[in-house]
Design a protein around this ligand. Structure first.
Ligand code: F0G
Length: 446
């Protein structure tokens, strides 16, 4: 789809962001010039996807669109059993209703915030076992999203298997900067999961981008097809959750993949309660058809090459201007290091949020804070958690913007960077929700 771009002035944006309580999620889309809030559900569907929608079968049970999607899921992931859900967090909700109980532990690389939310909501604990190098924003490492196998094994050793709901590996590792996880790391996690008798689930939102990085960075994969790489990744796991709004390039949709029938059967009951009957689960027939087609398009090498190099173009421009960005560049986004960008703002004043506000008022670019606001409070102590990295994410929607738009974004960031010495104060929280606060938070500028 071709969509309009809305122009505005700095003066208008200053007024709008104040009315939005300095929370970028509260802005109307017409108040945004270039929207890099997320790459989730914001992609442009193809001619073939729109055509597939016309053939959607809207039968309540047994729709052909369901079988179409089931076949695509089997082809792309290798999983025999699957449940459709309306998006990724719904897949988490259904699967965790079976796997996660109070007092459990869920180790993995960095859990995405909805994943962590679903775990903590069930009074279980998400343990982040990401490699230490992921917190180093400049050293080049091909797979900064990896699980630290020693940290993971220590958790598995220290706790009985029945206390561990499952291991979750998120590919690519969104929270750590869209960094990929290597095949050998996924394989080793698979071995540990078998050794300790714990299930291994892949949070697959950006599995195709991860497969692309494996192809170009990991020895032995240069000549392999993206789909073969993806199937190998999944072959080590017992199941997967998918937010189809990312690498399957649809505006809404998700699913769960299972290797064994028993887990599938248990989850099916929750799918019926929360999502809908097993053959639609929160999606219409036309949505399932678009998703099936999107799974094939999202795993095409040429598409992935152009997508990931467009994201890298933004990163390269940032580097050219001397702006501190996370390196290597993420697959779906460029992450600005707010602690270096705005060193005068203390952490208690949320420098990444302050930077996101500046980027918006400067050029109407909407980004998202991935720092202390998103990290929320510790569920036990209720103290603010300050993660090692305080980032602003510029997520690039798929097949939406031209390189010219990317240059505009880069120029806007540079303008803020040039006046960074004069940005000394951040924000204060005036209202927050008890969980997942960053979506609805109200702030005041200091
Ligand atoms: N897992 C990962 C790794 C994600 O990035 C997301 C969503 C989800 C699960 C949840 O999926 O939105 O379909 O319910 N990430 C979006 C983002 C919102 O902006 O990164 P969902």
């Amino acid at each position: 789809m071709v969509e309009p771009i809305y122009q505005s002035t700095k003066l208008q944006r200053e007024k709008w962001i104040k009315e939005a309580s300095f929370n970028l999620f509260n802005l109307k889309s017409e108040q945004v010039v270039i929207d890099l809030l997320t790459d989730s559900g914001t992609g442009a569907m193809s001619d073939r996807q729109w055509a597939a929608m016309m053939l959607g079968d809207e039968s309540y049970a047994g729709a052909s669109s369901y079988y179409n999607l089931k076949e695509a899921v089997k082809n792309i992931t290798g999983f025999d059993y699957f449940l459709p859900t309306h998006q990724g967090r719904a897949a988490e909700n259904v699967l965790f209703s079976v796997l996660v109980k109070e007092g459990d532990i869920v180790p993995g690389n960095s859990h995405f915030d909805t994943t962590k939310g679903h775990i903590e909501f069930r009074k279980a604990k998400a343990v982040d076992c990401t490699v230490d190098i992921s917190a180093d924003t400049t050293t080049w490492h091909p797979f900064k999203g990896n699980v630290d196998l020693e940290k993971l094994e220590n958790v598995l050793k220290a706790n009985p298997a029945e206390k561990i709901s499952c291991i979750i590996v998120t590919v690519t590792n969104n929270t750590a900067g869209g960094q990929p996880v290597s095949m050998s790391n996924i394989r080793e996690v698979g071995k540990l999961s078998k050794k300790y008798g714990v299930k291994f689930i892949i949070d697959s939102a950006r599995f195709a981008e991860n497969a692309y990085f494996i192809k170009i960075r990991e020895e032995g994969y240069a000549d392999k097809d993206i789909r073969d790489i993806a199937r190998e990744m999944f072959s080590y796991a017992d199941g997967m959750t998918m937010s189809s709004k990312k690498d399957a390039i649809v505006n809404m949709g998700g699913f769960i993949g299972f290797r064994d029938e028993e887990l599938f059967r248990k989850a099916s009951t929750f799918n019926i309660i929360y999502e809908g009957f097993l053959t639609y689960g929160g999606m219409s027939g036309r949505d399932m058809n678009a998703l099936a087609q999107g799974l094939y398009e999202g795993t095409e090498l040429q598409y992935l090459e152009s997508r990931i190099s467009q994201v890298a173009l933004l990163g390269t421009k940032m580097k050219e201007y001397g702006i501190p960005v996370l390196q290597p560049f993420g697959g779906h986004a460029i992450f600005l290091n707010a602690l270096e960008f705005l060193p005068n703002i203390p952490r208690e004043e949320f420098p990444a949020q302050a930077l996101a506000i500046e980027l918006y008022t400067e050029g109407g670019v909407r980004a998202v804070e991935i720092g202390a606001l998103m990290a929320d409070r510790d569920p036990e102590t209720r103290q603010n958690r300050y993660p090692e990295l305080e980032l602003v994410r510029l997520a690039v929607p798929r097949r939406v913007y031209t390189d010219n738009h990317i240059e505009y974004v880069a120029a806007s960031v540079r303008n803020v960077f040039e006046r960074r010495a004069h940005i000394n104060r951040g924000v204060k929280i005036t209202w927050e929700a008890p969980i997942m606060r960053h979506f609805t938070i109200a702030l005041e500028k200091l």
